[in-house]
Design a protein around this ligand. Structure first.
Ligand code: ZN
Length: 501
């Protein structure tokens, strides 16, 4: 199973929609929300409706608890408290009951989720320093815990020594004998100076966690605040959009955790079990599907069904039949064969040699093979791809396969030059394919600086994170470029490199 783990949406519809598009493009089996669906932002009712329809498991955050009357708003700072009270006037009784009935903890196979620390989930204590993490590990047995609440993505790790370490958010694979707390950051109110929405992807089978940062329509968010009569200062992250400023998280906290006695008074934290919740969801989904099909059939809407199941993508297979080659140290620098330049737009009549291209049917994204030269450089021209996109619609370029052996480690590289970048994201991905055809993601790297001034070539390289991430079995790897953005981006020097073993 692959989950998107999101938290602290805080009624920011624009950020939530951007994250849902991204999670859809990554392809997830389920979405888990760690709470604080509302509070701060201008569209609590709208966001609740989207979350209710799209999110599979939702936990109770402290803002949700206050809005639904399960927590006294005196514990909030004045700004957050005013917004909790405003939010309560914007949602109806049904929404309030829905929030009020949310569980505090979600227990899955090998992982556990809550809004804040897990020792006493209804206390809503923060995990900021390494020592703050220990009580949560002591309170449960799973190796992997997911939390939100501080609005700062990050990672806490402990091993045999029992010492806790706080490290910056980075993609990782769960190692035997170690325990982790993942703070997925905030979708709608980031507090780490980065204005993009934050969330995480958890690949349960591989035990890997990927942090994601997704740009969203900040101006749209501002306009909605204005429409609903909320001042810009009520959403502190908007100041970062102007200054790109450094922030100190301790000073930004908006809530005073309850004392132990107070927390005890609010009753036992409810725990819901993922498997049971899923079979319940399946039941309702099945009921929904049955009713939906009956309705469709009785109306005789065969044409609608046909339209509905028409894939939204076209895939242009690489023109060469021999799909894979063997990856060796000697061939390391020539591993990704680039298409001959100047062949025009890729389409069913114009495939690329060795590259499979997946494009939205709408035609909003175009890919061509080009040769590039640096602006102030007489050096050799480079072959690569020009990606041109008018809409935030997902695309994907997949290299041919390379046969690989156990123990191999790799790096992927690429150089990116934005032209007229208008937001979105692009990533370099390394995918492993087993002999049986099952795929898993080995690494994901987002090129930094795409929103920097145009005409700069930025270099990005990535390497396997650690020994545990090297291959355990024979199979194949592919280099993948994927994303969704608006603007033009030139890509060259795409490389797959075999590292020393
Ligand atoms: Zn929050």
């Amino acid at each position: 199973m692959r989950y998107a783990v999101i938290s602290d949406i805080h009624a920011n519809r624009q950020a939530l929609e951007a994250v849902l598009i991204d999670a859809g493009a990554v392809g997830v089996d389920g979405i888990i929300c760690l709470g604080d669906v509302v509070g701060y932002g201008p569209e609590p009712a709208e966001v609740l409706q989207i979350v209710h329809a799209k999110v599979d498991h939702i936990l109770l955050g402290n803002h949700d608890a206050a809005v639904s009357g399960r927590l006294d708003p005196v514990n909030f700072n004045p700004n957050a408290r005013r917004l909790v009270e405003w939010t309560a006037t914007q949602i109806d009784g049904k929404a309030r009951r829905f929030l009020g009935a949310l569980p505090a903890v979600l227990a899955g196979d090998g992982f556990r989720c809550a809004h804040a620390e897990l020792a006493m989930p209804r206390r809503y204590g923060y995990i900021i320093e390494a020592e703050d993490a220990i009580a949560s590990w002591e309170a449960c047995s799973e190796p992997l815990l997911f939390v939100g609440h501080s609005h700062q993505p990050g990672l806490f790790v402990t091993g045999k020594s029992g010492r806790a370490y706080a490290i910056d958010a980075q993609d990782f694979q769960v190692e035997h004998g170690k325990r982790y707390i993942v703070n997925v950051g905030s979708v709608g109110q980031p507090r780490d100076g980065d204005v993009r929405a934050s969330y995480a992807i958890y690949e349960q089978d591989a035990g890997t966690v990927y942090f994601r940062r997704i740009p969203f329509d900040v101006n749209g968010y501002r306009a909605t605040l204005d429409q609903r009569g909320l001042p810009e200062e009520s959403s502190p992250f908007l100041a970062d959009a102007a200054t790109g400023g450094e922030r100190i998280v301790r000073e930004e906290l908006d809530f005073h955790p309850l004392s132990q006695e107070e927390a005890e008074k609010s009753g036992r934290a409810t725990v819901t079990c993922l498997e049971r919740a899923e079979s319940r969801a399946r039941h309702w989904r099945l009921t929904g599907i049955t009713l939906g099909l009956l309705a469709l059939l009785s109306c005789g809407l065969a044409a609608a069904i046909h339209h509905r199941f028409r894939p939204s993508h076209i895939t242009v297979a690489g023109s060469s039949h021999s799909d894979f080659s063997v990856l060796t140290r000697q061939a390391a620098d020539r591993t990704l064969r680039l298409p001959a330049a100047g062949r025009g737009l890729v389409g069913p009549d114009n495939p690329l040699d060795k590259w499979q291209v997946r494009l939205p049917r709408s035609g909003a994204v175009a890919v061509s093979a080009e040769s590039f030269r640096e602006e102030k450089d007489d050096g050799p021209s480079r072959q690569g791809f020009r990606l041109k996109s008018e809409q935030l619609e997902p695309f994907e370029l997949r290299s041919s396969r390379f046969a690989v052996q156990p123990g191999m480690r790799f790096a992927v590289q690429g150089r990116f030059r934005p032209r007229n970048w208008q937001g979105g994201n692009i990533e370099m991905v390394l995918i492993f394919e087993s002999a049986g055809g099952a795929e898993r993601t080995l690494m994901v790297k987002q090129p930094p600086g795409l929103d920097a001034p145009d005409d700069n070539w930025g270099r990005v390289s990535s390497r396997t994170m650690s020994q545990t991430n090297t291959l355990e079995s024979e199979g194949f790897v592919r280099y993948v470029l994927r994303g969704q953005f608006r603007g033009i981006v030139d890509v060259c020097d795409t490389r797959l490199i075999l590292k020393g073993q």
